[in-house]
Design a protein around this ligand. Structure first.
Ligand code: CP3
Length: 377
């Protein structure tokens, strides 16, 4: 029998379940808040760790990954309502046999990207003895360790990159302006594209299931480059794989909240709400929360799905944090009002940036606490 201070899985009992209750569609006393990339280079304590430790070394060391995961929790004592495990979406291409380097000031770099469909033979996911759980066990260890160190302060989120975004990295070899190489696959090697997306989706689903088994209490799927696809291509190359990942994870863990962040896919809100099982749809800052709410609720109603609740997450423009305190307060207050008194997880519309001032993030967090509480009174 677990003792009173531990849950059934043997982890410290959760003290702040605001994020989980909101993600499940319950009314709450205020909006929970966390930030994408809340652990990262804008924090001097993170940069201090990075001086001595290469990026993927931090990801691969459970102790270091735990330490940087809890850094923002420590700094913003009581202001954050979730932690997200420190890792990267590119651990999946690595697990599939690709080399990925993180180049300071430049970002991710793949020395040998997949340029031709024949290059897929280099991927290891179909090889004898390949196991997602074995390749990515270091992430599971980091999650389990972090759950213990968090001591139930807030829930711990796991995550993966979505198939289209990962495929684009694997083919481009890094960031891109035109996505010429990846788009060539889409429109010239369409069958092989679906094969690759399907393989990545299978690995991603298994990896998320493993993360939940290791202790992740909710998960998020990042389709960071959704906006590079138009509505038609999103429907063909992104949506089915996002849906498959959610269906697989939900069939195993129906009660674990799942979030999808398809950055730039403003046109796909209705599909994400009615054609997938995600509990939460995360919005970037280009979408007006009032219209997003209306569009999603109308779509659910039209399809006779009114019993399904879709919670929204987001969506302050991260560059508002380059403004002064007054601008941050007024924009954040307006954001909370636009999302309304229910079904909102406050966040930025994308991640924190290295040049952000940590004290100005505090202004955002404090304002969410105040404004969202006032809204519910
Ligand atoms: O705090 C958190 O959000 C958890 C950790 C996290 C990181 N990356 C750490 C990281 C998460 C959730 C990610 C996801 C991720 N990684 C995404 C999806 C979210 C998004 O931003 O759209 C993407 C596209 C990546 C790929 C990636 N990793 C890029 C493009 C970069 C370079 C970024 C840059 O500004 O140079 C990374 C590196 C990375 N991942 C850093 C961090 C803290 C900074 C690298 C460093 O410490 O040198």
């Amino acid at each position: 029998m677990p003792s009173a201070n531990f849950d059934m899985a043997g982890f410290p009992e959760l003290k702040n379940d605001l994020y989980l209750r909101t993600a499940r569609g319950e009314s709450t006393e205020r909006a929970p808040v966390w930030c994408m990339r809340q652990a990262g280079r804008y924090l001097p304590e993170f940069r201090a760790i990075r001086v001595e430790n290469e990026f993927f070394k931090v990801c691969r060391s459970p102790e270091l990954a735990t330490e940087v995961t809890v850094q923002p929790l420590r700094r913003y004592n009581g202001l954050l309502d979730a932690a997200i495990i420190f890792s990267d979406i590119l651990v999946i291409p690595q697990a599939m046999g690709m080399e990925v380097q993180m180049i300071p000031g430049k970002g991710p770099h793949f020395p040998d990207p997949l340029r031709q469909p024949e290059d897929m033979t280099r991927l290891t996911d179909k090889q004898d003895g390949f196991s997602v759980d074995k390749e990515l066990d270091y992430v599971y260890k980091a999650i389990t360790n972090t759950r213990h160190v968090l001591a139930g302060q807030v829930p711990l989120l796991g995550f993966v990159g979505a198939p289209w975004t990962l495929m684009a990295y694997m083919i481009e070899g890094g960031g891109s302006k035109t996505f010429a190489f990846a788009k060539t696959w889409l429109f010239k090697h369409t069958k092989k594209t679906h094969e690759l997306l399907s393989r990545i989706a299978d690995v991603a689903a298994e990896f998320l299931i493993g993360q939940v088994r290791a202790g992740a209490q909710a998960v998020q799927v990042f389709e960071s480059w959704a906006g590079e696809l138009g509505p038609k291509d999103f429907s063909e190359f992104s949506l089915p794989y996002l849906a498959r990942i959610a269906a697989r994870v939900k069939s195993k863990y129906p009660d674990v909240p799942m979030t999808v962040f398809a950055k730039g896919a403003h046109y796909a809100l209705e599909q994400l709400a009615t054609e997938t099982l995600y509990d939460v749809v995360s919005l970037d800052w280009t979408i007006d929360p009032v219209s997003a709410r209306h569009r999603i609720d109308d779509a659910l109603k039209t399809k006779g799905m009114s019993s399904r609740t879709v919670v929204l997450q987001g969506n302050l423009d991260p560059t508002v944090l380059f403004g002064d305190e007054e601008a941050i307060r007024s924009r954040t207050d307006a954001m909370c009002q636009a999302f309304g008194a229910k079904g909102h997880i406050a966040n930025l519309g994308h991640g924190m940036m290295p040049s952000h001032d940590p004290e100005l993030l505090r202004v955002f967090l404090e304002t969410v606490h105040q404004s969202s509480k006032t809204l519910r009174e």
